[in-house]
Design a protein around this ligand. Sequence first.
Ligand SMILES: [Zn+2]
Length: 157
Amino acid sequence: MPDRSHMQRTIELARRNVADGGWPFSAVIVRGGAVVSEGVNTVQKTYDPSNHAEIAAIRAATTRLRTLDLSGCEMYVVGLPCPMCMTCILVSRIERVIFAVDAAAKDKALSALPSTRELYRTLGRDLSAMGPDFVQLSEFSDAGVDVFNEWNGKART
Ligand SMILES: [Zn+2]
């Protein structure tokens, strides 16, 4: 059951981030009802496009808990996460995302930022239709797979 107080905290963090000159995004990760970590968007302060609130909160949670597996955790966010954050949510195995604003309302209110819905649409396309050129140097494919297999060998030992 989502806890309204965690969402109120999330919105307050976003509001404070705006007051500090940041963007209106925050995230709170909760496990067993207790706050594990918090994060705010710092992209314009750090010139790092990956410094979204969700990723900041995940980094803080995995560092604090010393694990890459956030199973059993839930994340509170103001708006539906962008695809980059959603990927980080998926690989860290966060089990539930509680959001206040859906993608359509987020896009409408934040028209100066990349559209969350358009980013999801773009990622649903074939590589050739995403925008950047993707060029495979296939003569290096075996060398790349060799590195993967070296890691497999070490991971098993
Ligand atoms: Zn994001």
